[in-house]
Design a protein around this ligand. Structure first.
Ligand code: FAD
Ligand code: EPU
Length: 351
């Protein structure tokens, strides 16, 4: 059946900042074929297109004058198992919730994505910025994805190598931006078997500490790691159901060793993590030091500002516009540039 094309639709329920903007046209698709049918409609062909997942990495600063195509492709299953390597290929429809996939994997006794528990949004958006948290990234378990070309409707498979994954980066954010719709993602997960068993990834400091705090001693299971990640995330990050936000608003900047050493001599408590070619520093630390943490702006108790437990997260308390949030982001960028001579770049997609 041909999916309906609605007009003048509020996007408020579809973005985790909770901004009240409208889309000129709006349609949902539940399969690659439905998507192709939509892409052939003259009104859709002529318009700017926004592929929408859970809207958890978007800042709308104005109404969207084109067509919003909301991905609702479902389906989770194990495609194949390899007993020798103790791995399983799991295929997920791009409209499935990411955390739903994590829970499915845990229920199936599979490990590999438990560190990425509770990241909001859909499976299909996960490759766009190679989602990452608590010492893991999508690319660690990624096998391939299936996509549809927006211009021609043709299907195409992308292997990990073809996706160009980096820190919050992929080809779909740069050279192939707005050219493909991800329709399914296939991950290679592990089925821990004796004697090798499960090797938890607890490199991220806070994770080992939280496991100890939760009384999980000895060998944690994938479920234990997931519980610890969920525990940390609930303590630090605002729940979009309660206060509008899109997670980290900026990427953590990567500095040259010389630049880092120079800053460290001025600010001895500046944290830094070695990465190839330099040192990554927490943008949250720079923003907090520049005095922004916990800021509230706007009438009454404030309509928007900077989260009081995580300075990297911009928040919308209600009543602000996307333009006001963008203005705040610009002021933060300029104050961090002035104080530290470090350039911050948004992680959130600003429209
Ligand atoms: P959307 O916001 O709907 O879309 C994001 C971008 O991807 C848009 O440009 C959109 O056009 C494009 N897109 C979406 N789906 C498709 C598709 N099927 N095909 C092609 N393009 C598509 N991110 C992390 O990496 N790590 C974290 O720890 C993390 N924590 C967060 C915590 C909170 C509280 C919040 C609100 C966000 C957090 N994020 C985090 C950001 C966000 O969850 C991820 O970027 C997520 O992958 C976005 O998914 P989405 O479906 O909501 O994408
Ligand atoms: N810090 C501060 N002030 C704060 C918060 C943090 O100074 O208000 C400093 C502390 O030194 C802390 C360090 O920043 O040790 C790191 O903080 P945290 O562990 O909270 O992680 P982050 O670097 O701020 C990144 C990701 C998150 C991801 C977490 C956990 C980016 C842009 N953000 O945040 O991803 O969940 O690590 O791995 O890389 C997202 O992308 O939306 C997101 C939430």
């Amino acid at each position: 059946m041909m999916p309906a094309l609605e007009e003048n639709v509020s996007l408020r329920p579809y973005n985790t900042f909770g901004l009240d903007v409208r889309a000129r046209y709006f349609a949902r698709f539940a399969s690659a074929d439905e998507l192709r049918q939509l892409l052939q409609l003259p009104a859709v062909r002529a318009a700017d297109k926004l592929i929408l997942g859970g809207g958890s990495n978007l800042l709308f600063t104005q109404d969207f004058a084109g067509v919003v195509l909301k991905n609702e492709i479902r389906g989770l299953h194990i495609v194949s198992e390899d007993g020798d390597s103790a791995t399983a290929l799991v295929r997920a429809g791009a409209g499935e919730s990411w955390h739903g996939l994590v829970e499915y994997a845990l229920d199936q006794g599979l490990s590999g994505i438990e560190n990425l528990s509770l990241i909001p949004g859909t499976v299909g958006a996960a490759p766009l910025q190679n989602i990452g948290a608590y010492g893991a990234e999508l690319r660690d378990t990624f096998d391939h994805l299936e996509a549809v070309a927006i211009a021609t409707g043709e299907s195409r498979v992308f292997t990990a190598g073809e996706c160009g994954f980096g820190y919050r980066e992929s080809v779909f954010k740069n050279v192939l931006k707005d050219q493909f719709v991800v329709t399914a993602v296939v991950l290679r997960l592990h089925r821990p078997v004796r004697p090798a068993g499960y090797a938890p990834n607890v490199r991220y400091g806070a994770l080992a500490e939280t496991l100890a705090e939760l009384g999980i001693a000895g060998e944690p299971t994938p479920q234990d790691v997931s519980r610890a990640v969920v525990h940390i995330r609930r303590a630090k990050l605002p729940d979009p159901a309660e206060v509008g936000n899109a997670g980290s608003f900026f990427k953590n900047p990567e500095l040259s060793q010389a630049k880092f050493d120079h800053l460290k001599s001025q600010y001895p408590d500046l944290p830094g993590y070695p990465v190839p070619g330099g040192v990554k520093v927490p943008a949250a630390w720079l923003i907090e030091r520049a005095g922004w943490k916990g800021l509230r702006r706007g009438p009454g108790a404030g309509t928007h500002g900077v989260h009081d437990r995580q300075a990297l997260v911009l928040v919308h308390h209600g009543g602000a516009t996307g333009g006001e949030l963008r203005q705040l982001a610009e002021e933060i960028i300029s104050s961090v540039r002035q104080q530290f001579a470090v350039e911050l770049h948004p992680e959130v997609n600003i429209l």
